[in-house]
Design a binder for this molecule. Sequence first.
Ligand code: DC
Length: 223
Amino acid sequence: MKTINIAIDGPAGAGKSSIAKRCAKELGFIYVDTGALYRSVALFAIRNDVLTNDEAAVLALLQNVNVELKFVDNVQKVYLNGEDVSEAIRQNEVSMGASNVSAIPKVREFLFNLQRRIAMTNNVIMDGRDIGTVVLPDADLKIFMTASPEIRAKRRYLELEHKPDCPSFEALLAEIIQRDYNDSHRETAPLKQADDAVLLDTSELDFEQSVQKVIELIKSVEE
Ligand code: DC
């Protein structure tokens, strides 16, 4: 049976994951957050006192890394060497580490098959940076979701505000700008809109409006 594959790419904080998660739930698809894979590799490096931008050291660690995705009621859990790290990978320090390890071509290769396999066997909404361009070039629908850096930093701030050690808005904005730069300027699989992707700017849309827009787009290809 042919599966339906929806690719959503875009910069950090554009709303990809929360919007994709909700759409997947409504449509009975599996939501795959591929950033979690890069985050798991970064977490492993951080836990082993390896700098995430030290390519040789990160590559030396890879043989000891086993990342798995499991879906419970269509909700993704990520396991690092058998441990559920779904929460641990969300720490702010892991974000920049993930951006660093994701620039290493062998790390991308290491995580490629896992992503492909899931899409071949399930109806998926998969989000990331290179899903429409590299991982699923034949996806049924590609969406490039974006929003202004200020809006993205504000959303991130509102998410973290009540947590201990919440960075300032200015620090989050600077981090978002730096991460955009890293993700879109790396040599391998940089963040960029696929030629056949639909551009969706969520700066002026609230969550519900964004969800409805994505569902409309998906329904138009399902018919
Ligand atoms: O989506 P996220 O913020 O959890 O992703 C963390 C980092 O992982 C991001 O800065 C870039 C990288 N990434 C990637 O290079 N390719 C993907 N498909 C997903 C994430």
